[in-house]
Write a protein that binds this ligand. Structure first.
Ligand SMILES: Nc1ncnc2c1ncn2[C@@H]1O[C@H](COP(=O)(O)OP(=O)(O)O)[C@@H](O)[C@H]1O
Ligand code: SF4
Ligand SMILES: [Mg+2]
Length: 363
């Protein structure tokens, strides 16, 4: 990647999303998929974004990348990348940022690969789009990159078409394209979901490597286990909103929001020699066409009370101001409130407790 002088203020986040809102106009009315989401990513940081399916993880990142081009979509708020609002940037500048400064890896690698060109050609073109190098040099770099991401016999595989690659190899090729540009930010949306466990681990290692080379990463996943392994910070989303965010250790050791309690309680754990899948959170995820005015989690929350009819804002509890959540429960002693919520009459609805839920996940 060519060196570009970029003025960055010390402590300035690389990505600073403020009050992002995405609505879709549909035949059945307006659907608010992202509802006032704010998040930030520091240079070199790995942010894990978790939440059940439909919580607005993908839509928010597509909005950040300005990939929601459908005329029925309205996006508002600010997406500050190095201090510049991507939402108001001219298309040409946005295209230059995508790929060079911000790389993307999606669940389906075919969204990033074109079936009609060889993998090597595509990686080489990606290099040439951002760097003034000859075809020959770009191709040699493509071979190197494919080899770096663990594609065996890269010198001949470089000539293969995407359909000749397995799913795991395609995802590696997409990551090779990301590596090609040395992006300052990688946005990875469920990059390992479709892959088997061994390949998953290898892809995560590659993302760690990219991170070790200086790229910040936003990793979207519904897998708390993955987040506990790789993220520096965690953002928990529910109903298009942030439910909780904070340093990984803080969130895993002292989860504050009842939704996070539920997510952690439904993570499979190794108990003795058995891997036990614990009950998932009772009730259905909220639908974005019927978001409650108050707390979005209220219909499923074992700790809901009168005040929950008002919408809670993200706020720090006592102590760690980097650890915030949006919940009306008194800020102190959430561990005791969590136990009380479990013991309460609604705690049992659809969720059988097991003794294993008393243990917090090791971060
Ligand atoms: N094109 C669309 N039109 C209407 N609703 C949409 C569209 N795309 C996504 N949504 C809705 O937005 C919500 C958030 O979706 P998404 O961001 O994909 O969730 P996640 O990635 O967290 O699983 C979902 O409820 C989904 O139905
Ligand atoms: S605000 Fe109320 S309903 Fe929402 S998570 Fe907190 S206690 Fe539960
Ligand atoms: Mg998604």
């Amino acid at each position: 990647m060519p060196d570009q002088p970029v003025k960055e203020l010390p402590g300035q986040p690389l990505l600073d999303v403020r009050d992002l809102r995405v609505t879709f106009r549909t035949r059945r009315g307006s659907v608010t998929a992202v509802d006032g989401l704010s998040l930030s990513v520091a240079p070199g940081e790995i942010l894990g974004v978790v939440g059940e399916s439909g919580s607005g993880k993908s839509v928010s990142m597509l909005a950040v990348l300005r990939l929601l081009t459908n005329p029925n979509v309205t996006v508002s708020g600010q997406v500050l990348f190095r201090g510049r609002d991507l939402l108001t940037l001219p298309d040409k500048e946005m295209r230059a940022i995508r790929g060079r400064e911000i790389a993307m890896v999606f669940q389906d690698p075919m969204t990033a690969l074109t079936p009609v060109y060889t993998v090597g050609w595509q990686i080489a073109e990606q290099i040439r789009a951002h760097e003034q190098v000859s075809r020959k040099v770009a191709r040699a770099r493509a071979v190197e990159l494919l080899s770096d991401v663990g594609i065996p016999d890269a010198a001949s595989r470089v000539n293969a078409y995407p359909h000749e690659f397995s799913g795991g190899m395609r995802q590696r090729a997409v990551i090779a394209m990301a590596l090609a540009c040395g992006p300052s930010l990688l946005i990875a949306d469920e990059p390992t979901t479709a892959l088997d466990v061994t390949i998953q681990a290898q892809i995560l290692d590659l993302m760690r490597e990219l991170n070790a080379r200086g790229s910040a990463v936003v990793l979207i996943t519904h897998d708390m286990g993955v987040v506990s392994e790789i993220a520096d910070r965690v953002l928990v989303m529910y109903g298009g909103r942030a439910a909780e965010e904070g340093p990984r250790q803080a969130v895993f050791h002292g989860p504050r929001h009842p939704y996070t309690w539920g997510l952690l309680d439904s993570v499979p754990r190794v108990g003795g020699t058995r891997l036990r899948r614990l009950p998932t959170i009772a009730g259905m995820p909220v639908s974005p066409d019927s978001l409650p005015e108050g707390c979005a989690f209220a219909p499923r929350c074992p700790a809901r009370h009168d005040r929950c009819e008002e919408r809670p804002e993200l706020a720090a509890g006592s102590g760690n101001t980097a650890h915030r959540d949006a919940c009306w429960l008194p800020p102190d002693d959430r561990a005791a409130q969590r136990l009380a919520a479990r013991a309460g009459p609604e705690a049992g609805a659809g969720a059988q407790r097991t003794d294993e839920t008393d243990r917090e996940m090791a971060p």
